[in-house]
Design a protein around this ligand. Structure first.
Ligand code: LLP
Length: 430
């Protein structure tokens, strides 16, 4: 009924693999994120299998979900990591991802972050994806100060419309990302002349949640032309980093088939005789997670019925931020033939935007029922906040009929552990 084999009903109750979600709610309380190891593995393998025979690094875009156990799981399958901050770099290393499989992206790397990347594991990371000439200069200076050269791919903005939500489109000329492909040869020439830079590749990333493969194909064609031209100009381009963006099914979209995606790479990129890197985030984790939540109240207003949940926009901001659709299903399977009625599904936070769904057809639900908000593996816990002094929801990883709390809920003392009162509060008041 969910369409996801790892989250399905057994004996009338939604399970994560072999685990009854009531058991998880009992053990950790709600709200809680629940992840399926099997789903992580299946998604990773479907991509790795599609790229079989290709020299390809799958660098998991850990911004989608940076839980250490999730990282460790992907690491054990052979994944590297795409990181966008010094913090992510340290988490990836903590989870055991080898620096030689780490790519450092991001439009605003600081000198301290560059240092971390250059020194990681003594050998440094695999690649810095550089987004501007100014950044090239700074990276060269930092690398030179350490007596090394930074391996660099320059992010090229191909000016392709990814046909996705405007807040997650990155490859249009007006976006802040990368260097225009029209100026690429100039910027590569600059890079080649810098003492602390070793040009190794070209990077593109056109957007996120792409469900149409056509924009990728346009990008790959442009990229192949560019690599040929750069090589002709004497640059040793050894790797193309194709970015992330592969979409998933949230509602009734058709998720792109990794086999068709790989076929495009075989057609347009492989004839260059070049290594490939990918930076998938959402595709690997999005549908591997759900947000388990309880209905606190059913409120009958004049014109509407509201289901008021114990999870809010601080736990899952995507509907508020991108008008994103997430399927919401009851943990207890509805009676056969149960009638659906439209309800607004909202959180407890003091904002009208704290709404998960409006006018959503739902079977009858009463206070105390558990619901599962699906497709909450990516950009959910990773974008969570403690707004309204709500603790970060715990994360649970399921494996077969076992589950483990991989991040527990913090206490109020832990939440305030970093705060101190200024000394003058305790001075005698005159
Ligand atoms: N590589 C780069 C350079 C990126 O900027 C991103 C995502 C990725 C890879 C991974 O993209 P993915 O495969 O996950 O689509 N918070 C938004 C999505 C933001 C994506 C940002 N960049 C959301 O919840 O939809």
């Amino acid at each position: 009924m969910t369409g996801l084999p790892w989250f399905d009903y057994r004996d009338g109750v939604l399970h994560a693999e072999g685990v009854n979600l009531h058991a998880i709610a009992e053990a950790v309380g709600t709200p809680a994120y629940v992840y399926s190891s099997d789903a992580l593995t299946r998604q990773y393998r479907s991509l790795a299998d599609a790229f079989a025979g290709i020299d390809c690094l799958i660098a998991y875009a850990m911004k989608a979900n940076s839980n250490l156990s999730v990282l460790r799981h992907f690491g054990s399958l052979g994944a590297g990591a795409d990181v966008v901050s010094g913090g992510e770099l340290q988490l990836a290393m903590k989870a055991g991802i080898p620096p030689g499989k780490i790519i450092f992206a991001g439009v605003g790397k600081t000198r301290a972050e560059m240092m971390l990347g250059l020194k990681a594991g003594n050998t440094g990371i695999a690649q810095f994806n550089v987004e501007s000439e100014a950044e090239l200069q700074v990276l060269s200076e930092v690398a030179s100060s350490l007596g090394v050269k930074a391996p660099v791919a320059i992010r090229i903005n191909p000016d392709v419309d990814a046909k996705t939500h405007k807040k997650i489109t990155t490859g249009k000329a007006e976006n802040k990302f990368g260097i225009s492909y029209r100026r690429a040869s100039e910027v590569y020439a600059l890079a080649a002349g810098l003492p602390g830079i070793e040009v190794v590749g070209v990077h593109v990333h056109i957007g996120s949640q792409l469900t149409d493969l056509a924009p990728y194909e346009d990008t790959f064609i442009r990229l192949a032309e560019l690599v040929t031209a750069l090589r002709a100009a004497g640059h040793n381009i050894r790797r193309v980093d194709l970015g992330g963006g592969l979409g998933i099914r949230y509602d009734d979209e058709t998720a792109p088939d990794p086999q068709l995606y790989a076929a495009m790479v075989r057609k347009h990129i492989l004839p260059l005789g070049i290594a490939v890197a990918l930076e998938p985030g959402r595709f690997l984790v999005g549908n591997a997670g759900l947000l388990l939540t309880r209905v606190e109240y059913v409120k009958q207003a004049e014109e509407k019925t509201f289901l008021i949940l114990d999870s809010g926009m601080n736990d899952l901001i995507r509907p508020a931020m991108y008008e994103a659709f997430h399927r919401i299903v009851p943990v207890k399977a509805p009676e056969n033939g149960a009638e659906l009625a439209p309800v607004d599904i909202v959180g407890p936070i003091c904002e009208t935007g704290d709404t998960f769904a409006e006018g959503r057809p739902m079977p009858p639900v009463v206070a105390g029922d558990l619901l599962a908000i699906l497709s909450a593996g990516a950009y959910s816990s990773a974008m969570a906040s403690t707004y309204n002094a709500r603790p970060l929801a715990p994360e649970v990883l399921v494996h077969g009929d076992r589950f483990a709390i991989v991040r527990r809920r913090p206490s109020i003392d832990e939440m305030t552990a970093l705060e101190t009162m200024p000394g003058w509060f305790s001075e005698a008041q005159g």
